[in-house]
Design a protein around this ligand. Sequence first.
Ligand code: 5AD
Ligand code: SF4
Length: 434
Amino acid sequence: MRYFIKTFGCQMNFNDSERLRGILKTMGYEPAQSWEEADLILINTCTIREKPDQKVYSHLGEFKKIKERNPKALIGVCGCLAQRMGEELVQKAPVIDLLFSSFNMHQLPELIQQAQAGYKAIAILDNPPSDEDKLWEFPTVRDNKYCAYVTVMKGCDKNCTYCVVPKTRGRQRSRSLESILKEVKSLVEDGVREIHLLGQNVTAWGQDIGTPFEELLYRVAEVPGVERIRFTTGHPKDLTESIAKAMGEIPQVCEHLHLPVQAGSNRILKLMDRGYTKEEYLEKVHMLKEYVKGITFSTDIIVGFPTETEEDFEETLDVLRKVRFEQVFSFKYSPRPDTPAYSMEGQVPDHIKTERMSRLLELQKRILSEIAREYEGTIQEVLIEGCEGSKLTGRTRTNRWASLSGDESLLGSLVKVKVVSSKPFNMECELVEG
Ligand code: 5AD
Ligand code: SF4
């Protein structure tokens, strides 16, 4: 039996798919190269904006044709769109055999059995079940041998007015320290060098079990063989001084942080219910720079939130100029049903969002090409993750892609390189020591 999984959305969804692959592996399934050859096709969906929703719908159209050619193939949909739409999705696309929540991925074996018996296996839960943690008992199947994601918490307790996530992923639940460390140990035994802790709001990890997030950082760093630690996504409000201090103290924590600002105008930040002002955000960045020498930042920006004026947007550009992010993920505001911002007055017309977005991208392009040039001639540490022919690729501690000549014996090694030439999205480097 062979499976094919198509994943949309964020790193959390990506890691969920790695877990689904692990479940399928324990059931004896093998991966298929394409969905045409699969006996089970799963689409792990995202619904953060309207665009990913549409992408899923277009795939469902294709699956109808696959089902005609291969009537035995089972088609399953899970993830955030499945959670939000529930059975309505099956009514829209009767080709779906299995539909399940982001809360009950661990029930995949039973759901497959039901579908194989000819029933529609629909299991959309309103809340996480009490045995949700069973999921951690399954392994993950990963493509990257040296860098691994580890989901440490699920859900989100924040109420950002544009965001659908608290509805699709539920309230904040921290995974136990013991369970996380067990997985980290087994990953390291498997050859992993870099651990990337994941959570919708990862810096809030532990709040519901009485342990601060920095404790998790210290404990993961104690696992022998962990060479690098990253974590995503941190909410600026939960990024405390003790976390910054731990980041500076723990040698394995990389000098890079994804810290979504979303907007620069205090009026818009308030309407978004982000819980900080532009000045407070900039202070956090300043504090992090004090504790973590050489830290770089990436961020998420929403352009055209309801009522955003030209002056508000200028404040966002000002944050970009002040922080000089190495990466900016920018999105046009997309109204999501059942979120407070959906029904706010003053929705911004699409052509204005497009125009502001292109200005933002233009500014960021300029900043990034300046930053890229500053890397030239510097010495960086790179973890070699890929090898094609005689070309090696990997990331610096500051999360920039680097390539250099070498052979596959260096795969999985941390090497020191000198940056010879640096472009916005890649740096050509040469080895300075093994
Ligand atoms: N419209 C546009 N972007 C959104 N994001 C979340 N919700 C929306 C929305 N309704 C963006 C935020 C978040 C990222 C993952 O997606 O910037 O940080
Ligand atoms: Fe998409 Fe958000 Fe779900 Fe991730 S958590 S898959 S970004 S809706």
